[in-house]
Design a protein around this ligand. Structure first.
Ligand code: ADP
Ligand code: ADP
Ligand code: MG
Length: 672
């Protein structure tokens, strides 16, 4: 076994690899970019080496710097994690040349699966079932259109070199084929420097079911069952589970053996995943093979009780796999959700910012949390905006989903927008819990899943007001502590008990609705609240963990309230009853807030730094609310920015191809 390894990655996967290495007594070396100087993976490793600037192409993608760091620190092997250089055959070769073990498959196996078209040719020979389609070398537009007609619409055009759902276009009919092809080729060229495409039958309501395979250098090759990753957005996984709902043992065996045949066909070693697409009847077809550990591997670890990173290390060091096929069993059900810093309501636009407050679920016998960030860290536009993966393992699917829904309700994040509420809605959606599962689920159930929470009621205004009182009390206590005479009635502490009953008015704003709450502090420590809907007796106390223990009428419960000063005001985020709610504090003495609110946003700004790739309007155009104005490529994804209201475009500040900074005014706009 290796004495020391280097992890050529960042974030949760780097932390996760370090955890296993530490358990096995293996020393770890982290690498980091400028933006990651203080990152969690750097703090967790035994040593850390700076490898360059924040953009991945200046750091995590620079093979030479990573190899030099490994040599300098005496690491014997490199774990690539996923993403970055994990599927780069040239990097695997460079490691070998430098006398380092690449913890992954042989370069030839990476190459064989690197192109979806080539992979399909190999799988055809290995008699693995394929989605009907065309994956030949002739790329002329006429031939591709003819093939599409032969396959039958709808078809899916895919970039051969693709990944992460990029370079893909669904085509519904022959007349739309030429445009879609051009679009897919353009995106493929930009993202992968390769515009080779393939055409496939587009399955309706399919399931994404993948098989975890493993192979060692002693001829062993086996499968660790399946994962269902059908719940997706933008063709990317959001929820993954194992085993797949309604999988019968015979089909599991057939898929497992097909995946093993695929791995054997390319002389595979290490961890890999064979992805299949299945129709609702269960007929499955090969889609692609990912020659690396996958984001969702923890659900397989949960149901098999195995540590796949440990298996990777054993196999890379030349050992045999710890178990044989007939020793593997499925225990219970596991589900993973990807908690992302993104806004589901804005087409999953990534959200960047500082994690002012972060409380992830507590780990325990049923719960695992893989994360690369801590409270105070920043989600930057440079990398994947995932905050954490939360994994639940329970006796059955219904129990796992129930537990996950509860955990998502308790997750507290302030500073970036997250998909926590969507994840909760998904895990508690009767249709999904009941077994309705396919890649179109989120879009089909959009209305229920994205339902706007009802307007804040008295309960939320009460909680926020109580938090405000606790703040005042804290400030008074602090003032008393710093004064010479802590007991002076003039220093505020407990002043309301000594003097008259205190009485304060707090004004809140929830969207357009304003509410004033009057709080009267009683001599006995209780608080009388006058709320829009009536009066309530209340009490509040701060618990050790910072939560508030609240009494409201006859009800006692805990809540968290986080105050945050932003550019345009003071927000209070209330976490209570399994949901979060943001209120704006209205300070009647502060006039600037009215000015800010009065000036209707007359500009469309870049929500992230990126590149303008398409302009759909020009000065003078009349547009209606929601109409696409331009397309911004940011964080490797395309984002369409739309008109905030009906109006007229006054000016367009940038041209196609230009880079823009976050917050840059892109389109000047006059609302009508
Ligand atoms: P997987 O195929 O493992 O489920 P996805 O398809 O969701 O992963 O993601 C596609 C790619 O996005 C992955 O291969 C990986 O390169 C990248 N990716 C996803 N999450 C992260 C992350 N937290 N850090 C780095 N790369 C990531
Ligand atoms: P990537 O490299 O981006 O992961 P995949 O080929 O694995 O590309 O496909 C990503 C997703 O696109 C799948 O999980 C599935 O949801 C959808 N998809 C792929 N092929 C098809 C198909 N033939 N029919 C319907 N959906 C498909
Ligand atoms: Mg895939």
């Amino acid at each position: 076994m290796f004495a020391k390894i280097l992890i050529a990655n960042r974030g949760e996967i780097a932390c996760r690899v370090i955890k296993t290495a530490r358990r096995l007594g293996i020393k770890t070396v982290a690498v980091y970019s400028d933006a990651d100087r203080l990152a969690r993976h750097v703090a967790m490793a035994d040593e850390a080496i700076h490898i360059g600037g924040s953009p991945a192409r200046e750091s995590y993608l620079v093979a030479d710097k990573i190899i030099a760091a490994a040599r300098r620190t005496g690491a014997g092997a490199i774990h690539p994690g996923y993403g970055f250089l994990s599927e780069n055959a040239g990097f695997a070769e460079a490691c070998a040349k430098a006398g380092l073990v690449f913890i992954g498959p042989p370069p030839a196996a990476i190459r064989a699966m690197g192109s979806k078209s080539e992979a399909k040719k190999i799988m055809e020979k290995a008699r693995v079932p394929l989605v009907p389609g065309y994956h030949g070398d002739d790329q002329s537009a006429e031939l591709l259109a003819r093939e599409a007609a032969r396959i039958g619409f709808p078809v899916l055009i895919k970039a051969s070199a693709g990944g992460g759902g990029k370079g893909m276009r669904v085509v519904e009919s022959a007349d739309k084929f030429a445009d879609a092809l051009a679009g897919a080729q353009r995106e493929a060229k930009a993202s992968f420097a390769d515009d080779h495409v393939l055409v496939e039958k587009y399955l309706t309501r399919p399931r994404h079911i993948e098989i975890q395979v493993f192979a060692d250098s002693h001829g062993g090759c086996l499968y660790l069952f399946e994962r269902d990753c059908s719940i997706q957005r933008r063709h990317q996984k959001v929820i993954e589970e194992a085993p797949a709902p309604a999988m019968d043992p015979a089909r599991r065996k057939a898929m497992g053996e097909a995946a093993v045949a695929a791995a054997r066909a390319i002389g595979y070693q290490g961890a890999g995943t064979v992805e299949f697409i299945a129709d609702q009847a269960g007929t499955f077809f090969f889609m692609e093979m990912n020659t690396r550990l996958q984001v969702e591997h923890p659900v397989t670890e949960a149901i098999t009780g195995q540590d796949l990173v440990e298996w990777q290390l054993v196999v890379a060091a030349g050992g045999k796999m710890p178990l044989a096929q007939d020793q593997l069993r499925i225990d219970g059900h596991a589900v993973e959700v990807r908690l992302y810093a993104e806004d589901p309501a804005r087409n999953f636009l990534p959200s960047t910012g500082t994690l002012v407050h972060l409380r992830l679920p507590q780990e325990g016998p049923h719960v695992r949390v893989d994360t690369g960030v801590r409270q105070g860290d920043t989600v930057t536009p440079f990398y994947d905006p995932m905050i954490a993966k939360v994994i639940v393992h329970d006796r059955d699917r219904a129990s796992a989903m129930r537990r996950m829904a509860a955990l998502m309700g308790e997750t507290e994040v302030v500073g970036v927008t997250t998909n926590a509420a969507l994840l909760k809605a998904l895990c508690s959606h009767p249709a999904f819990v009941g077994g309705e599962i396919d890649t179109g689920f989120i879009e089909r159930h959009r209305d229920e899943l994205f339902a706007k929470p009802a307007a804040a009621g008295d309960r939320i205004f009460a909680i926020a007001t109580l938090a405000r009182l606790v703040e005042w009390q804290d400030a008074a206590d602090a003032a008393a502590r710093s004064s010479g005479d802590p007991w002076s009635p003039w220093n505020g502490q407990g002043a309301f008990r000594l003097l008259d009953e205190g009485h304060d008015a707090v004004h809140w704003k929830d969207g357009d609705r304003e509410a004033t709450v009057i709080a009267r502090r009683r001599r006995d420590g209780g608080i009388g609240l006058e709320l829009p809907g009536g009066d309530l007796e209340a009490s509040v106390q701060r618990a050790d963990d910072g939560r508030l223990l609240i009494g409201l009428g006859d009800d006692t419960f805990t809540a968290t309230v986080v105050r945050r000063q932003t550019a345009d005001g003071i927000d209070y985020t209330v976490f209570a009853d399994g949901a979060s709610r943001r209120l704006r504090l209205v300070d009647p003495l502060d006039v600037t807030q009215y000015e800010a609110a009065g000036a209707a946003e007359a500009a469309v700004r870049a929500p992230l730094p990126g590149k303008i790739i398409d302009l759909r309007v020009k000065p003078g155009d009349t547009v209606s609310k929601g109409q696409p104005l331009l397309v911004l490529e940011a964080m490797k994804m395309e984002h369409t920015l739309t008109a905030p209201a009906d109006g007229t475009v006054k000016s367009v500040r940038y041209a196609v191809g230009e880079q823009v900074a976050e917050g840059a005014e892109l389109v000047e706009f006059e609302a009508s």
